[in-house]
Design a protein around this ligand. Structure first.
Ligand code: SF4
Length: 507
């Protein structure tokens, strides 16, 4: 098995940097369905450009390289300990290369293990099969979409949809409600894996396993095939669109499996995957470990991007840091801005820190960027950004208003929008929320001209540290302005109305 570790490393590199062929096809169709003149159309074009650059530059598609989950099917007599060791070695090497972000954190101390190894990470599922080869599939599912997974116990009541009974109509309501709830936070357009039945643990596991099916396959169970189609069609009537900006495409695929259950339980488990649907597989020789065949990899991936030129007729504004209050107050929801100057990254660890400490550097009139970048050092020991897309902002809602007031920062940049506390603080302070395009990590890394410094690296670890980045023409959409307007609220209201209309037709 001398080639096993290097084959597994290839699998990780390919999964992190290259969208699978079936996902590429779905993304191309999404791009063609969203009008380039809209916010959703603009955002999906940035996602396409990002995907092309990630492949060309061999950098992560998204900075959140996710929970690494391997399914390993092996012939009888396989040494599991040896395969596990090879996976661990390959994961550690990929992390050192900057293909994976250090993403494994001690749940009690908050300390990052550094190489994506530790109790429970990576996740390995071994299974024996009746073949001679070793079959390995890897799914890299990020935290933003993992946090949108949902599990429902039927019967129950869904606002706007009414009672969900223990039948396929009830299942339909549960899945549609999960899509409505996920809006803005899971980097749509997304993909759904669903399990009907099992217990709570088995339901979630099977829902995730459904994500291993090809996007364009057909469910062999006719009722489930029909339900999958119905979900995709109706979820796209909600009008949530790319990133929750409002648009035609919200869901790109739905895969449903059913497992037996206890008579007393009826769970519907939903695994929500963002557009950065990274999963690939390899068939390996069980004697040498060499790759015999790839699954999901497109042999000659076509470019996805057309152009990322600014949308004609849309307001495009250039802003630079430090931000002047008047310039920020002139911005309105729906404006596309190109930011130049210094931005400071900060996410969960930093926001908690700032509640009880002075910032390590003045943040007056600054932009706080919710981002945990993938960083490496070059041969001269200088920091280099490999991937730097936004993380889900809503996690910082309990802190953000106070952090803005304490520090005097004038803008927050992230993805998915924030709540009423932040909106109020932005109004008071003359600030804005800038929605960057979730997952466009390779694209945003290219806007970074230099890394000017880093604070709290030892205390918080690389993804949580405060990185000082000089950017040029960093694109983002104003989705919460200084006048109390929020695009997220508008889309939530409109999609809620659409959900109620669908619900009323079911009665
Ligand atoms: S695309 Fe969005 S949800 Fe998906 S891993 Fe990246 S940041 Fe997380």
């Amino acid at each position: 098995m001398e080639d096993l570790t290097s084959s597994l490393l290839q699998l990780i590199v390919e999964t992190s940097t290259n969208l699978p062929g079936d996902v590429r096809q779905a993304v191309a169709e999404w791009r063609d369905r969203e009008d380039a003149q809209t916010l959703s159309g603009q955002a999906v074009r940035i996602i396409c450009e990002n995907s092309d650059r990630a492949l060309t530059n061999r950098v992560p598609l998204c900075q959140d390289t996710g929970m690494l989950t391997f399914w390993i099917k092996c012939p009888q007599g396989t040494n599991h300990a040896l395969v596990t060791r090879s996976i661990h070695e390959a994961v550690a090497t990929a992390t050192r290369m900057g293909v994976l972000r250090p993403n494994s954190v001690d749940s009690l101390t908050g300390k990052n293990s550094g190489l994506n190894l530790g109790p429970g990470t990576p996740v390995l599922h071994f299974e024996q099969h009746e073949r001679e080869d070793l079959d390995v599939t890897l799914l890299m599912k990020g935290g933003g979409c993992e946090n949108q997974n949902a599990q429902f116990a039927l019967p129950c009541e869904f606002p706007g949809l009414g009672r969900a009974d223990r039948d396929l109509n009830g299942v339909y309501k549960a899945i549609l409600y999960a899509v409505y709830q996920a809006q803005g936070h899971g980097c749509s357009a997304g993909f759904l894996g669903v399990c009907i039945g099992s217990d709570r643990e088995g339901g979630y596991a099977e829902a995730k396993r459904q994500l291993l099916r090809p996007v364009q396959d057909q469910n062999p169970v006719p009722e489930l095939a029909e339900l999958e189609e119905r979900i995709v069609r109706d979820a796209n009537q909600l009008g949530i669109g790319t990133m929750g900006f409002g648009g035609r495409v919200t869901i790109l695929g739905c895969k449903i499996g059913a497992l037996n259950r206890l008579p007393a339980s009826f769970f519907v488990s939903v695994a929500y995957n963002c557009w950065a649907y990274r999963r690939m597989g390899v068939r390996l020789s069980s004697s040498t470990g060499e790759i015999l065949e790839w699954r999901f990899r497109s042999e000659s991936p076509a470019r996805l991007a057309e152009t990322v030129a600014a949308v004609p007729g849309r307001r495009v504004k250039r802003i630079s840091t430090p931000l002047a209050r008047e310039a920020v107050e002139s911005l309105e929801v729906g404006d596309l801005v190109l930011v130049s100057g210094i931005i400071y990254t900060g996410r969960d660890g930093l926001h908690k820190y700032l509640m009880s400490h002075e910032p390590p550097v003045s943040l007056r009139d600054a932009i706080i960027y919710h981002c945990g970048p993938v960083m490496t050092k070059d041969e001269l020991g200088r920091w280099v950004v490999k991937a730097a897309g936004p993380t889900t902002s809503m996690r910082e809602e309990p802190y953000q208003g106070e952090v803005l007031r304490r520090t005097g920062a004038r803008a927050v940049c992230g993805k998915g929008g924030m709540g009423s506390g932040t909106l109020k603080a932005l109004q008071e302070m003359g600030g804005v929320y800038l929605n960057a395009i979730g997952g466009a990590a390779a694209y945003y890394a290219d806007t970074v001209e230099s890394v000017e410094g880093v604070y709290l690296l030892d205390e918080l670890g690389p993804p949580e540290a405060m990185w000082v980045l000089r950017v040029r023409d960093f694109p983002a959409i104003v989705t919460m302005d200084a006048h109390g307007n929020s695009l997220h609220e508008q889309v939530r209201e409109a999609s809620g109305q659409a959900l109620r209309e669908i619900g009323s037709e079911l009665v």
